[in-house]
Design a protein around this ligand. Structure first.
Ligand code: MN
Ligand code: MN
Length: 296
């Protein structure tokens, strides 16, 4: 499996998880079971009334960030803030409260770094880390961390969000290198929980209604990702927990895509994803993964 394949699979996985989860976002597992049995199709609907295969802010903010990285050949905080601001002006289907508040603040101040707040521990920066993981692949750790913070702090300037974002970036990069799941668990997920107990995900199996709090989100994602053995099972397990299902789906899809690769993504999901989104993700994944080569 080539690096290129894994990069594309991570990006399509993000979009597929977003599209799959959006149908059941804010539902409880019981409500999902009553309405869908096991929810496993890109059928659209949900509280946003999406068309089948369409995606939400998790994917569209990632694409906006990726475009800004490609335009500047690096992760640049001001360029990212301008890209997110442009994205917000285009009236996206959904937008998080913290994202909106801090982008409005950016419009006033021109400062691409939001003020620090322990309360801004939502998953809004973590859901869009993939372009950073791809663009900084192979770069020294400190540079990768700085890039992760530059994009995250536009809307979420918070220790727990930073820890989640950086953990996800390094997990994706190791998966792109061909690391196995056990390595990802012991090198990234467990150390994150050791540094920040909020992320502990095995002691109590919290299985339903993961909230938009980044620790809740990552607990659900990690439980599903580490307890399943293929792309399909991972995504079905995580979105059927309901709650912030488009975002748990997006993050789990990104990790599972990078780990299992393109061939493991079910055909019906690849075909069911909105064609424009699918094309944009595949093109951007390949362009971003090449940035490091060009800049070295
Ligand atoms: Mn969303
Ligand atoms: Mn969401």
């Amino acid at each position: 499996m080539t690096l290129n394949d894994r990069a594309i699979a991570a990006y399509l996985g993000l979009a597929i998880g977003d599209a799959l989860g959006s149908t059941v976002e804010f539902m409880t597992p019981r409500e999902i079971a009553e309405q869908y049995g096991t929810h496993d199709t890109l059928c659209g609907g949900g509280w946003l009334h999406l068309k089948p295969g369409h995606v939400t802010d998790d994917t569209t903010m990632s694409l906006a960030l990726g475009n800004s990285i490609l335009a500047h050949h690096k992760v640049d905080a001001l360029a990212a803030a301008q890209a997110f601001d442009g994205w917000m002006r285009a009236k996206p289907v959904d937008i998080g409260n913290t994202v909106r508040r801090n982008l409005l603040q950016f419009r006033k101040t021109g400062n691409p770094e939001a003020p620090y707040s322990d309360h801004d521990a939502g998953n809004g920066a973590a859901m869009r880390v993939l372009p950073v993981a791809l663009a900084t692949f192979g770069q020294p750790e400190e540079g990768v961390r700085a890039a992760s913070r530059a994009q995250a702090h536009v809307t979420h300037h918070c220790t727990l969000s930073d820890a989640a974002c950086e953990c996800l970036v390094f997990m994706v990069q190791d998966a792109l290198r061909g690391a196995d799941k056990n390595h990802l668990l012991h090198t990234h997920a467990h150390p994150l929980a050791a540094r920040h107990p909020e992320f502990k995900f095995r002691a109590v199996r919290q299985s339903s209604n993961p909230s938009g709090y980044v620790a809740d989100t990552l607990q659900a994602v990690f439980q599903s990702f580490f307890d399943t053995d293929d792309f399909r099972d991972c995504l079905i397990d995580v979105v059927n927990r309901g709650g912030d299902a488009d975002t748990t789906g997006a993050i789990a899809g990104m990790l599972a895509g990078a780990l299992y690769g393109l061939d493991e993504i079910p055909e019906k999901w690849l075909k069911g994803l909105d064609a424009n989104t699918s094309r944009a993700c595949a093109i951007q994944a390949q362009a971003l993964i090449r940035i490091t080569d060009q800049s070295v």
